[in-house]
Design a protein around this ligand. Structure first.
Ligand SMILES: Cc1cc2nc3c(=O)[nH]c(=O)nc-3n(C[C@H](O)[C@H](O)[C@H](O)COP(=O)(O)OP(=O)(O)OC[C@H]3O[C@@H](n4cnc5c(N)ncnc54)[C@H](O)[C@@H]3O)c2cc1C
Length: 406
């Protein structure tokens, strides 16, 4: 057992830390205040190889492993959640899912330009009337000759108004839709340029205000048959396997947010005086800081375990869900405490901690809410839930294969 980060991991960590401090931190308060998504960040992230960080070189990626992906998420969310979300949807939910389930043709056509950052991608499962209950989605796809015709609405989709490519889910079997039999659902890759695709931005979010979140409307969208990802009826399995990677990035991001709360609180506690001493000398303030340290270390260890399993190519739904649950709930608790450590100043946007608090709540909800993660954990513990082999499993990380040129 080795808890040390490799040279390569430390290099990724330093690179993303410097990038976030240089390219994101100076303008983040402004973007958050005005709810503006800074599109210029995308080519700059692409130039660092971040938009294909853990994808094989032959598919346009940087050929790094899952721990590198996690470290990048931690460093991005240390500064702001919105920029980690880009990796979550573009790489975690979309790119890795194409790697796992896509045909060679789909990988060449979609994954390569996405990994290079020439195209931006996202994932649309949630709908206005169905989030946790994924089988409750209403979108449909009907076959017409050599293509499918998609209809439906997707809601709360990260990068909806920015992305070029969307991985969406719809019912291809209407009988099974009525029966809520998830084997009637399929996955499709659609492009913004397809007729009938419209998107918009949702304004007025509590947090992640520097990020883009929106809706996708699909009205009689013709989708070539070869744009079905996986086989007909595999959509639900694809959606859930994508969440194994998306949740992993969310969990790592939340550890970054916890560390940001800890660092900000330690800094402030050493500066601020009350009752003749710096507030860090008061034991109840120490208790809040000690809790942040505990939550950072436990969240990060759970993330490292999940990443190690991913690198081995071992199914990790249970471990990733646990990491996501613990890290996100902890990040919300730490952000709330960080605001308290800062007193009234923590309640204003003069300091970052109020933004951390607003940002942290979203991650408790998206990619499977706290309650959904609790159900998953209970079902595994009780033996009600067992992993079944998938037709396409994510392969183990092999540096030789991942770094092979096309
Ligand atoms: C900022 C942001 C970004 C997002 N990005 C994306 C994205 O890119 N792609 C995408 O597809 N979706 C995205 N989402 C949507 C997100 O995944 C959903 O909001 C989430 O799955 C919860 O669904 P819901 O909002 O419909 O809540 P509901 O499912 O309506 O849940 C409401 C409440 O009921 C609880 N609940 C529901 N079912 C149960 C149950 N069986 N047992 C106990 N409690 C239950 C939930 O935990 C929650 O507390 C995003 C959301 C946000 C806020």
């Amino acid at each position: 057992m080795d808890f040390a980060l490799s040279e390569e991991h430390q290099m990724v960590q330093r690179m993303v830390r410097d990038f976030a401090a240089r390219e994101i931190a100076p303008n983040i308060k402004d973007h958050d205040r005005h709810q503006t998504f800074d599109r210029s960040i995308l080519p700059r992230m692409a130039a660092q190889g971040l938009l294909g960080i853990c994808l094989p070189v032959r598919y346009g990626g940087a050929g790094m492993d899952f721990i590198s992906l996690g470290l990048a998420c931690e460093e991005l969310e240390y500064v702001d959640t919105a920029y980690r979300v880009i990796l979550s949807v573009h790489v975690g939910l979309n790119g890795l899912t194409l790697l796992q389930w896509g045909t060679e043709e789909q990988k060449q056509r979609y994954l390569v330009p996405q990994s290079l950052g020439e195209k931006i991608a996202t994932y649309g499962l949630t709908e206005p009337s169905a989030g946790s209950d994924a089988v409750g989605i209403q979108s449909t796809a009907r076959r017409e000759g050599d293509h499918w015709v998609l209809n439906g609405e997707k809601m709360w989709i990260s990068l909806a108004d920015v992305a070029d490519n969307f991985l969406v889910f719809a019912w291809t079997d209407q009988e099974k839709k009525r029966a809520r039999d998830h084997t009637g659902m399929s996955a499709f890759i659609i492009e913004r340029s397809f007729p009938g695709v419209q998107t918009g931005t949702i304004h007025g979010k509590l947090g992640v205000r520097a990020g883009n979140t929106g809706w996708i409307s699909m009205k009689d969208v013709p989708v070539p048959a070869e744009n079905m990802l996986g086989r007909e009826g595999e959509g639900f399995y694809i959606a859930m396997s994508a969440l194994d990677n998306g949740r992993y990035t969310v969990a790592w991001g939340a550890t970054g947010l916890i560390r940001a709360c800890l660092d900000a609180s330690v800094r402030y506690a050493r500066e601020r005086q009350a009752f003749g001493v710096e507030i860090g000398r008061h034991e109840l303030v120490q208790q809040m800081i000690a809790n942040m340290q505990l939550k950072y270390d436990t969240a990060r260890l759970l993330c490292l375990r999940a990443g190690w399993l991913k690198n081995q190519g071992v199914r990790n739904t249970r471990e990733t869900s646990l990491a996501k649950w613990h890290a996100t709930v902890s990040s919300f608790e730490c952000a709330a405490d960080a605001v308290e450590v800062h007193g009234a100043y923590g309640y204003s946007d003069e300091y970052d901690v109020e933004r951390f608090l607003r940002n942290s709540k979203g991650a408790v909800i998206y990619e499977g809410s706290r309650e959904i993660q609790q159900l998953i954990q209970a079902q595994y513990a009780l033996g009600y839930r067992k992993d079944r082999p998938l037709r396409c499993e994510m392969p183990a990380y092999d540096p030789v294969v991942w770094q092979q040129e096309a």
